[in-house]
Ligand binder design. Structure first.
Ligand SMILES: [Zn+2]
Length: 366
């Protein structure tokens, strides 16, 4: 298989390839059209295709682009699986339906943002907004350092950040910045104060496609953390759940539990997969985040800070704008053949292991 051919250079191209791959298999696509237009004035949508019957006992849901710009990777994985005759046959033989949710955050994908058009981190937004939420005072203390008035940050800004790093330590700093905050709507990793457009649309998809099944498996594809080209298999569910044991049985002992501090990711709340899965009640639920490493963490964070600064300063000139957008894209999408090969090989293995695992499960009726 030609890995590079599954990847795209823009959201519009990725959407076109995805729709074409679905059409080639004769799969109908439901499009949840976004209220805004894309960077090329194109239509934006969450597109959903399904192979397998509507009353399948087992459903594997594969989602891309929860974090907008990270969609270059997940979209390619979906397109590769759609074009993969062996994978398609394997799923069919196992009686397993596969749902492809393309571009969970199409706005961020097209406009090269990690956030939604509401400036919200969609993977922190699936929470009960009627409940009081814990503050993140560490982020509040860091906000003006993270997003300074001028960019690139001055020497004083860099020293300030360095001193916070020494004070907090690397893990606490990562938690402060990336675990989510609701005090600064113009800041990083903002949870929002209500469900975003994508949140509502994704819940609808889950109700439509997973309400009837016995076992829902959700694979959510991300980039930007960990060693370049390595796909960490992250479990973000509760530590004392049979889901963790099942995840390790299917995907190997290398599965890292973020809630137990083993992962490249800090423990998180408001996650898309766990929030949206509440819309259906399968007897069993198994979820895995597949997180592909790109650049060193400090470069990824710098790219996010620069892009947020740009967003908060919309009158910045075009050359600068393009440079910052490219910097962000490069931080979440390695446009190199080896990285693309590595991504597709590991993602295919994880998807096949999910089908195999379901096939061996206790509820399969032969
Ligand atoms: Zn992500």
């Amino acid at each position: 298989m030609n890995s590079a051919a599954c990847f795209s250079q823009t959201y519009a191209q990725a959407r076109h390839k995805f729709l074409k791959a679905c059409a080639d298999l004769g799969l109908p696509v439901e499009s949840h059209v976004h209220p805004l237009r894309g960077a090329e004035n194109e239509e934006l949508a969450i597109d959903v295709a399904r192979s397998g019957s509507l009353d399948a006992e087992h459903v594997v849901l594969i989602s891309s682009g929860c974090h907008g710009v990270e969609g270059f990777c997940g979209s390619a994985v979906q397109i590769a699986l759609l074009r993969d005759e062996e994978f398609q046959r394997q799923a069919k033989d196992a009686g397993c339906a596969v749902v492809y949710l393309h571009a969970a955050n199409p706005y961020g994908f097209s406009w090269l943002r990690r956030w939604t058009h509401e400036n919200v981190d969609l993977n922190r937004n699936f929470r009960d907004f009627s409940q009081a939420r814990a503050h993140n005072p560490d982020y509040s203390a860091l906000h003006s350092v993270m997003i300074p008035r001028r960019w690139p940050g001055t020497l004083a800004n860099r020293l300030h950040l360095l001193s916070q790093l020494v004070r907090f330590g690397r893990k606490r700093l990562q938690k402060a910045v990336s675990s989510g905050q609701h005090s600064h709507p113009d800041g990083l990793f903002y949870t929002g104060t209500s469900p975003t457009w994508s949140n509502d649309a994704i819940r609808t998809v889950v109700r439509q496609h997973a309400s009837q099944c016995q076992h829902l498996v959700w694979l959510d594809i991300h980039t930007g953390l960990g060693p370049k080209g390595y796909g960490e298999r992250i479990y973000s569910g509760p530590a004392d759940s049979p889901m963790l044991e099942r995840a390790r049985r299917w995907w190997g002992e290398g599965v890292r539990s973020s809630q137990e501090g083993q992962s490249v990711s800090v423990p998180l709340s408001g996650l898309m997969v766990y929030g949206a899965a509440g819309e259906c009640t399968p007897a069993d639920f198994t979820a895995l985040t597949l997180e592909f490493g790109t650049l060193p963490g400090s470069q990824v964070l710098d790219a996010l800070r620069a892009e947020q600064w740009l967003h908060n300063n919309p009158r910045i000139g075009e050359p600068r704008r393009q440079q910052i957008k490219q910097q962000l894209r490069d931080a979440f999408y390695i446009d190199e053949p080896q990285w693309k090969d590595d991504v597709l090989r590991q993602a295919r293995e994880v998807a096949q292991q999910a089908i195999n695992g379901l096939n061996q499960g206790p509820i399969k009726v032969h």
